[in-house]
Design a protein around this ligand. Structure first.
Ligand code: BG6
Length: 491
């Protein structure tokens, strides 16, 4: 059966030859084409500063697609169908000329227009203004923007104001690509479709939560950008806080964007500040030195290409976050994220409290609590660690902890797990904002991160060193051990 987006749309892609478009967006659109999810009349306008015309765009895109999609997926017939949708305009994003051509392309079209700004955020204001002046913006225009929305609360407000002058909040789709990941959405289903968990989801039954987003990569030629951001701004302000929100939020009254986003905002507002007084016990910043990743020697952060000596930017963060509300009082959320870790994986772990009265072998008491493991990547899936009796006459009533497991690739065998950007583009085409971040979410997240960064600067706390290929500074282990717990490693 052929299904496709119910309405055609005109997709306008700024920065079409840039890294984000070529590495993520065009492969995602190509996959939507393969899956027959693009309406036959959907058109794509590729806009780029580089000259070379449509042919150069085709050549570049074909080469990059070959690197991104799996063997056998780069079907020529699909590619021809996809390329037939594309037009190209070379333009200087700040000058009006190119926008006139864009207006000509749009004239006569009644399809909703989606503008994707795959450009640095410093250009969002100018692009929004030129688009408005050229008359191509209508009430049905949807605008997609990427992080970082600012460097702090103040600059994020400036960007949001610039966009807000030309577009209503209902027209703005702020991407956090973690929200497009299949398992992240499954979190919503898991939490709100299973009464089993709904009744246990609070401080009475949960002792603590761990969220780990570990990467093996270093800075990958982005030193200049990354050094201005650091792991707190690049990963915690957005991806990790979004995951925390989805775990900690109250059930929304429906699946509408605002119901979900209202609940997430309440979580952000309930985050206890990290203050100069509790900094020592609640925050660890790290920076990697030279080491080995999978047997290969890699340089330290300060020896990466383009590095400025003496930088104190963090490439690793561990935080003990706490929420000041009834549901989560006394339940720490340990967040951990770093570059150059031994493995790439993202995982959420819910540790349940043990049963109120323990009757089994005292030596096994330490294993007697349930864990829910939500694996975002790789090997997407959910596993619930439960206790059963070990098999065999000689084992008596010895306990055994084992998984009740749902591996998505096993369970949905024939289906490929779509990339986050496929999901997100698909939702923009349908005009559904629930997987996108509202202005107040961005700003509350900045408010919390700003004070953390400010305190680090005031207290002059340089990051602690850790060798590439390790799980971060030992202080991160000490942080959780102090509470009588340990990071869960399932390597
Ligand atoms: C991006 C960060 O938002 O997310 C990068 O800017 C990071 O520094 C990336 O590498 C991680 O995304 P994923 O999907 O590979 O986990």
């Amino acid at each position: 059966m052929v299904t496709h987006a119910s309405t055609p749309c005109d997709l306008v892609l700024f920065g079409a030859l840039g890294d984000l478009a070529q590495r993520k967006l065009l492969p995602a659109l190509f996959q939507l084409e393969r899956s027959n999810l693009l309406h036959p009349q959907t058109r794509l306008m590729a806009l780029a500063r580089q000259d070379g015309g449509l042919e150069a765009f085709y050549t570049e895109t074909r080469e990059r697609l070959a690197l991104q999609v799996k063997d056998g997926e780069l079907d020529e017939a699909v590619l021809t169908r996809f390329f037939a949708r594309v037009s190209f305009i070379q333009l200087d994003f700040k000058q009006p000329e190119g926008y006139r051509k864009l207006a000509e392309w749009r004239s006569g079209s009644s399809a909703p227009q989606i503008v994707y700004m795959a450009t640095p955020p410093s250009l969002y204001g100018a692009i929004a203004e030129r688009l408005s002046e050229s008359g191509v913006v209508t009430e049905s225009t949807r605008v997609v923007v990427e992080k970082p929305i600012g460097q702090n609360l103040e600059t994020s407000r400036q960007i949001n104001d610039q966009l807000g002058r030309h577009f209503a909040e209902t027209q703005l789709y702020r991407i956090d690509h973690y929200l497009g990941k299949e398992t992240v959405q499954n979190l919503i289903a898991l939490r709100f479709a299973n009464n089993l968990f709904a009744t246990q989801w609070n401080q009475k039954y949960i002792s603590h939560v761990e969220i780990t987003v570990a990467e093996t990569v270093g800075i990958e030629g982005r030193w200049g950008y990354f050094d201005q951001a650091g792991q707190l701004r690049d990963m915690v302000q957005n991806h990790l806080l979004q995951l925390l929100c989805l775990i900690a939020m109250d059930p929304p009254s429906d699946l509408s964007a605002d119901s979900i986003r209202d609940e997430k905002v309440k979580v952000l507002k309930a985050l206890r500040p990290i203050t100069p007084e509790n900094m020592e016990t609640h925050l660890v910043r790290g920076q990697y030195t030279a080491g080995n990743i999978k047997g290969k020697a890699v340089p330290g952060y300060l020896d990466e290409e383009g590095a400025v000596p003496g930088s104190t930017t963090e490439t690793f963060v561990a935080i003990k976050a706490e929420l000041a509300n009834w549901r989560w009082a006394g339940v720490p959320f340990y967040l951990r994220t770093g570059k150059r870790m031994p493995q790439k994986y993202s995982q959420i772990l819910i540790h349940f409290k043990p049963a109120p009265h323990y009757i089994f072998d005292p030596d096994q008491k330490h294993i007697a609590n349930n864990k829910l493991i939500i694996r975002l990547q790789p090997d997407e899936g959910i596993s619930l660690q439960v206790l059963t009796k070990d098999q065999g006459l000689d084992k008596g009533m010895r306990l055994r902890q084992g998984p009740l497991q749902l591996s998505f690739s096993e369970a949905f065998k024939a289906e490929r797990i779509p990339d986050a950007y496929e999901r997100l583009l698909w939702e923009v085409m349908k005009g559904n904002q629930y997987l996108f971040v509202r202005r107040d979410e961005v700003e509350y997240a900045w408010r919390w991160i700003d004070q953390v960064i400010q305190n680090c600067e005031n207290l002059n706390m340089p990051p602690k060193r850790y060798a590439a290929g390790s799980w971060g500074p030992v202080a991160s282990i000490a942080m959780i051990t102090r509470d009588g717990r340990s990071w869960y490693e399932d390597t």
